[in-house]
Design a protein. Structure first.
Length: 174
């Protein structure tokens, strides 16, 4: 497992307590802090804190996430470079991949000249309800019923500062 979560409380200098939740990710043979959240006031038990942790979005919110991500990707493909798409991704992914690496990763799609903006008015069909996996990653998969080829996707998101941000993006046209 390449992620972990610490839930507990900290006592401040003035004697008050705050609850803390720290999400960690293991990469490059080291543990790194991915996200820290806190609530002031009465410290919560681990069970109470877990019950208020990030929930998977509902179907409409999930479709909106996919549409936004696909629109940013399509605009970047049409522009011939991935700066708009990269700017919409998680800070974690941006730290790992510079713009050139994004461009290289998606060069085969850019080179096809495909116009994915045709998907903008379409509703993505999710293969299942969005679910947060054991690594804390929201996985949304499905397809668009586009012509002449259907577009299949698998998007992975993490919660960064209360917003779902891309950490993985797979697309296939068949």
């Amino acid at each position: 497992n390449n992620s972990g979560k610490l839930v507990g409380s900290a006592t401040l200098d003035d004697g008050s307590e705050i609850s803390l939740e720290i999400e960690l990710i293991h990469e490059d043979e080291a543990w790194k802090i991915l996200h820290v959240s806190s609530k002031s006031g009465r410290a919560e038990s681990a069970a109470e804190a877990a019950s208020t942790s990030t929930q998977a979005p509902d179907a409409a919110q999930s479709q909106a996430l996919v549409r936004r991500s696909m629109a940013d990707f399509a605009a970047s493909v049409n522009a011939g470079e991935m700066s708009q798409f990269r700017a919409s991704t998680s800070a974690l992914w941006q730290e790992q991949f510079d713009l050139q690496r994004f461009n290289d990763s998606y060069a085969s799609i850019i080179d096809t000249g495909v116009d994915l903006t045709q998907l903008d008015p379409m509703t993505p069909l999710l293969s299942q309800a969005g679910a947060i996996n054991s690594d804390g990653v929201l996985v949304l998969a499905g397809h668009y019923e586009s012509e002449p080829n259907q577009v299949y996707f698998e998007h992975k998101y993490i919660d960064e500062g209360g917003q779902w941000k891309l950490v993985g993006f797979n697309i296939e046209m068949k």
